[in-house]
Ligand binder design. Structure first.
Ligand code: PEP
Length: 249
């Protein structure tokens, strides 16, 4: 069975609530595509107005992060229950910027993944290598380790519903895109790793995105690869170009 494409924007720390509503109003006619899931992952403060602005459209509103506890003395954090109550379905977990600037580790990623599933949220689990790791030839080993830890204690049933975003760190926000062959090689290795952890059916079901300077000009070639089921898009998700990415064919 063909996997449904999923194209998600990661707004990062951009857009005030007012700007978020204006951007959704601008992009909503451009991102119509019945053949793909379209998700805008927005800053926490934008979730509720974005949800309102996206009502009646094909746009799902997602979060960029969440904490792995239900509630309590965790100043500044946002809980899975809060996301669910706001109507969120998707949440990015373990983006490389969270790992680099906010000390997230493979272990905290695993805790968040487990918690997201417990609440019926779909995690978009990020993994990716640095330029040094790529140059040292350890990309696949590194990614396999990230995936194995992220999925610890996750059942096959839940894993099937997960989304993995392969994002080489050297390609994020740099304008340097991995070639479609480089991206496909790693996405295929991720699928094989999921097959080893679980089984063939789980590997076939799970959706794997590529992220790293995706734009309207390179999306078609990347998304045509057999193991690439869409993209996680930073910079270009804030522009009309996102419409071209969603309608890449
Ligand atoms: C990202 O933030 O996940 C990302 C891939 O950013 P960009 O598309 O700007 O490289």
């Amino acid at each position: 069975m063909a996997r449904r494409k999923i194209i998600a924007g990661n707004w990062k720390m951009n857009m005030t609530p007012t700007e978020a509503v204006a951007l959704i109003d601008e992009l909503k006619p451009l991102v119509v595509n019945d053949e793909a899931d379209v998700v805008f992952c927005v800053p926490a403060i934008d979730i509720i107005p974005a949800m309102e602005a996206a009502k009646g459209t094909n746009i799902h509103i997602g979060a960029e992060n969440m904490y792995f506890e239900e509630k309590g003395a965790y100043t500044g954090e946002i809980s899975p229950k809060m996301l669910v109550d706001a109507g969120v379905k998707y949440v990015i977990i373990g983006h490389s910027e969270r790992r680099e600037y906010f000390a997230e580790t493979d272990e905290t990623v695993n805790k968040k993944v487990l918690k997201a599933f417990e609440h019926g949220l779909t995690p978009i689990i990020c993994c990716g290598e640095s330029l040094t790791q790529r140059e040292q030839g350890i990309t696949i080993d590194w990614i396999r380790q990230q995936i194995k830890i992220a999925f610890l204690n996750v059942t096959a049933d839940k894993a099937k519903a997960a989304v993995i975003a392969y994002e080489p760190i050297w390609a994020i926000g740099t304008g340097k895109t991995a070639t479609s062959d480089q991206a496909e090689e790693v996405c295929a290795a991720i699928r094989a790793c999921i097959g080893e952890i679980y089984d063939e059916a789980t590997a076939e079901a799970i959706r794997i995105q590529y992220g790293g300077s995706v734009n309207g000009a390179n999306a078609a070639e990347l998304f045509a690869k057999p193991n690439i089921d869409g993209g996680l898009v930073g910079g270009a998700s804030l522009k009309p170009d996102f419409g071209k990415i969603v309608n890449y064919k």
